[in-house]
Design a protein around this ligand. Structure first.
Ligand SMILES: Cc1cc2nc3c(=O)[nH]c(=O)nc-3n(C[C@H](O)[C@H](O)[C@H](O)COP(=O)(O)OP(=O)(O)OC[C@H]3O[C@@H](n4cnc5c(N)ncnc54)[C@H](O)[C@@H]3O)c2cc1C
Length: 394
């Protein structure tokens, strides 16, 4: 089998890349190790930056998102029983975010790819990338119990943190930057309308809590829990009680709505960057190259930024003979990635309580939050980072 761009992985990065290339008349083949139902069910991110929304619309994949997505003009910070709203459009010159689940983005892109695009092969597991330094890199993969080869002009590893593409980066050229955190997120989905119409990020002495949503009838909520927590350790009632405690406020008008919990899982927290993101004709995109803790809602949006950068660079090369943007792919992406790493780290350390936190650490967290709620410059910095930096600044 032969194609121009071999894409490993049908997460948001791989699916969107295939779509962008198809719209530019460039053929691709997507290899995905899981089956379609698994990919469409996998619960993950839910906040789309303005730039991501714009890209999905331009790619002709925004129709259902525009109908069913929930535009959000702000978030609430909650700490020391206080409530403070961050007004995104007022602070950023009109930018906002949209709540639309990653599962739905993937469903939309899969349907488009199968209807109009190039081959999208499920249950096709990439085993290795070979010949990255040559003009004709290859992906060895297994499908229907048979090993096959996909010959390409370019390979883009969109195969997530546990994928194989990164292994083809020479060890001598690779640098890894990493931080793990001694806590994770216990996340629930519940069949109950959200208790607030925007996301609530709460810093509490008992730990962080986040009140989010998937739709007007489905609540998504998270609790900071110790690393290694088993979701089965928490009953539904204990989760609601703990959310109630951590979201406490002096405002008597606010109450937490409870309902049947339909899913429960624990997500570990990690910051990770692999440099460089390109070697020869192998490019890494999305979680294959970097991970952020979810506090900044950046993971999916970074994946989108990477594949837009690659698609634009390849089009510039093919249409104008300008190879400079392909050459600059890693540096261009990493500038954006490190801004997201900085923001995600800052949000995580400001809102979570480390197991060894001292009273001094607590006061510093409260001072950082107080600064955001009283200094417009600090508030603007948060709003700009949360809504995302425009993709066309690259
Ligand atoms: C449990 C969890 C919860 C998360 N929650 C949030 C959140 O609340 N907010 C947020 O912003 N971000 C969150 N993220 C991060 C966000 O979901 C990711 O950043 C995003 O999915 C990245 O997209 P991607 O396409 O790069 O990778 P992925 O979505 O991981 O897709 C990679 C794809 O490659 C496939 N694959 C892997 N290996 C191979 C192989 N050898 N051959 C073929 N295919 C392969 C996988 O099956 C998968 O479909 C979460 C991540 C996880 C794991």
């Amino acid at each position: 089998m032969r194609t121009t761009v071999g894409i490993i992985g049908a997460g948001p990065a791989g699916l969107l890349l295939a779509r962008l290339l198809h719209r530019s008349g460039i053929d691709s083949v997507v290899l995905e190790s899981r089956d379609r139902a698994y990919v469409e069910r996998r619960q993950r991110a839910g906040i789309l930056e303005q730039g991501t929304v714009d890209v999905l619309r331009e790619a002709g994949a925004g129709a259902r998102m525009d109908r069913e997505g929930l535009p959000h003009d702000g978030i609430e910070l909650r700490f020391a029983r206080r409530r403070h709203r961050i007004d995104f459009p007022a602070l950023t010159g009109g930018r906002s975010v949209t709540v639309y689940a990653q599962t739905e983005v993937c469903k939309d892109l899969i349907a488009l790819q199968l209807a109009e695009g190039g081959p999208l092969l499920f249950e096709a597991e990439a085993l290795a990338v070979e010949g990255a330094e040559t003009e004709n890199p290859r992906v060895r993969f297994r499908r229907d119990g048979r090993e096959q080869t996909l010959d390409c002009d370019y390979v883009v590893g969109c195969d997530g943190f546990w994928g194989v593409a990164r292994n083809a980066m020479p060890e001598a050229l690779s640098r890894v930057f990493e931080r793990t955190y001694p806590f994770g997120w216990l996340g629930i989905l519940a069949d109950v309308p959200p208790s607030h119409d925007e996301l609530v990020y709460a810093r509490h002495d008992r730990g962080f809590a986040l009140l989010s949503m998937r739709s007007p009838t489905v609540t998504r909520a998270y609790l900071q829990v110790p690393d290694g927590t088993d979701p089965a350790d928490w009953t539904d009632e204990e989760i609601w009680d703990e959310l109630d405690r951590r979201l406490e406020t002096d405002d008597p008008a606010w109450t937490l709505r409870r309902g049947p919990v339909t899913a429960k899982s624990v997500t570990p927290m990690r910051s990770y960057v692999h440099e460089p993101m390109r070697h020869g004709r192998l490019f890494l995109a999305g979680d294959a190259a970097h991970i952020v803790p979810p506090t900044g809602a950046k993971g999916l949006n970074l994946a989108v930024g990477d594949v837009v950068t690659f698609a634009r660079a390849l089009v510039a090369y093919r249409e104008k003979g300008d190879a400079s943007r392909l050459a600059a792919y890693s540096a261009d992406c990493l500038r954006r990635v490190w801004q997201a790493e900085r923001f995600s780290y800052a949000m995580t350390t400001m809102l979570h309580r480390a197991p060894d936190a001292t009273p001094f650490d607590d006061r510093i967290q409260l001072a950082r939050l107080d600064r955001i709620t009283t200094a417009r410059s600090a508030e603007t910095d948060l709003a700009e980072a949360y809504t995302g930096f425009p993709l066309d600044q690259q």
